[in-house]
Design a protein around this ligand. Structure first.
Ligand SMILES: Cc1ncc(COP(=O)(O)O)c(C=O)c1O
Ligand SMILES: N[C@@H](CCSC[C@H](N)C(=O)O)C(=O)O
Length: 444
């Protein structure tokens, strides 16, 4: 597993009682559900891997898997309405069950599930007003960058991109008009680490009303709980690790402040972006296998990162001691995740490697059971224009690997063949080594 020896995937070194300290275990702050998944008051709290699987249902027939309430409307018993549910845009028992389960896992008082990760960020950023300022990173997922650019160009929101790996840069950028500090860690695709606790402290000191929002897609609640690190809101794309099979789009938002949660819920009901009953069911099913998938994915990712580094490539992965922010990452996270990137020194060479891979699917996204290979500047981050990419020092040749649960020897074998076929390595008596250009990229 990609972790320092003393770390543990199930968070054993951090008692779950601490992780769950702010969770509303009896569900008073949560919307009602006929099939609550919150644990009973006073019951023993288990390790995170167990809590992921454990749900409590009060289904009338004892269904052990939450039913899909595939219904747009719910009959009322009187003309005054007033039943727990009336219309699925406003609330649905399957979605509520999922949200309660996720709140427990995310160590949040309240979780809301919507139709995609970008949908989650849209709901969050709807609290911004013209003139509000957002301080954010200079290495962000392309879609996040695009939504922020839209808000800047059309809604009068001022967006400041700074190097969020330097706490001081964020502190300098926060003003009385800063409504939001938006962070990603590790960043996608440069795998830079951002110090959530220090930034949250600095941002709140500089402007107590600024909300610190963290995109936790790259780690998932299995490996990191940003709300415990000082964030006000955490969100992530449920399309990735949470669901794990690339068969749904989803987004989740977690927070502890109930007034803030009510504002988010208002937007979800008003705009109709709540997660559908069927996708809520699939996301809940995916969450149950998160621990076992993540454990295997990051063990594979560690092996592959070491394989590439040992063969002379410049690799970015927080499980490698050579990562410049290795220590910082492990103060915040319980694992390194399963996304890594490496450089070849030449765009054409990178294209040949990607196209020579067979087992690694050429695809955007990550967190899925099968392994993917991509060129972010052409694919996931193509919506960031070439000039901005250059200003932000995104290497055009960078290859991103999103590691799945396959047999790791098969993955290394396929990657080795792709590297040889593309002409990226020189064969030696004892194996192969990255060519001269990559060695220069490594030392640059
Ligand atoms: C870091 C990160 N955040 C958010 C998103 C948006 O998620 P979704 O595709 O579910 O809208 C993505 C990918 O799309 C991502 O990589
Ligand atoms: N065409 C899509 C690209 C989605 S990228 C998905 C994922 N976040 C990743 O990093 O691979 C778009 O324009 O959003």
């Amino acid at each position: 597993m990609a972790s320092p020896p003393e770390s543990s995937i199930d968070g054993a070194e951090r008692p779950l009682s601490k992780l769950l300290s702010r969770v509303d275990l009896d569900g008073h702050n949560l919307p009602p559900s006929p099939a609550p998944s919150s644990p009973s008051v006073g019951r023993r709290r288990y390790a995170l891997a167990t809590e992921l699987v454990y749900t409590e249902t009060k289904d009338q027939y004892g269904a052990s898997s939450i039913p899909i309430y595939q219904s747009a409307t719910f009959k009322q018993t009187s003309s005054a309405g007033g039943q727990e549910y009336d219309y699925t845009r406003s609330g649905n028992p399957t979605r509520t069950h999922l949200e309660r389960h996720l709140a427990k896992i995310m160590n949040a008082n309240r979780c809301l599930a919507v139709g995609s990760g970008m949908g989650a960020l849209d709901v969050i950023t709807r609290i911004l007003r013209p003139g509000d300022e957002v301080v954010t990173g200079d290495d962000l997922y392309g879609g996040t960058n695009r939504l922020l650019a839209y808000l800047a160009n059309n809604q009068g929101v001022v967006v400041r991109h700074v190097d969020t790996t330097v706490v001081e840069r964020v502190r300098e950028a926060v003003t009385p008009k800063t409504a939001m500090v938006l962070l990603e860690t590790p960043t996608n695709p440069l795998i830079k680490i951002v110090d959530i606790p220090s930034i949250a402290r600095a941002a709140h000191e500089a402007n107590p009303s600024a909300l610190v929002v963290v995109d936790n897609t790259m780690l998932s609640p299995m490996l990191c709980n940003p709300l415990d690190l000082g964030a006000d809101i955490v969100y992530e794309s449920g399309t990735k690790y949470l669901s794990g099979h690339h068969d749904i789009m989803a987004g989740v938002i977690g927070m502890n402040d109930s007034a803030l949660a009510d504002k988010m819920y208002f937007t979800i009901n008003a705009t109709g972006c709540g997660l559908s009953p069927n996708d809520s069911f699939l996301l809940l099913r995916g969450v149950k296998t998160l621990a076992i998938r993540m454990e295997k994915q990051q063990a594979n990712a560690q092996r592959i990162a070491e394989f590439l580094e040992n063969h002379g490539f410049k690799v970015r992965y927080p499980g490698l001691k050579s990562h410049p922010q290795y220590d910082l990452h492990w103060t915040m996270a319980r694992g390194a995740g399963a996304v890594l990137s490496f450089e070849t020194g030449d765009v054409g060479l990178s294209e040949r490697i990607v196209e020579a891979a067979r087992l690694w699917g050429i695809s955007v996204s990550f967190g899925c059971v099968n392994s993917l290979i991509s060129m972010p500047c052409r694919m996931s981050h193509a919506s960031i224009d070439a000039k901005t990419r250059a200003e932000r020092q995104m290497p055009e040749d960078i290859i991103r690997l999103c590691v799945g649960i396959e047999d790791v020897e098969d993955l290394i074998d396929d990657l080795s063949r792709a590297l040889v076929q593309a002409g990226a390595v020189t064969l030696t008596l004892d194996g192969f080594h990255a060519n001269q250009e990559q060695q220069e990229a490594t030392t640059a």
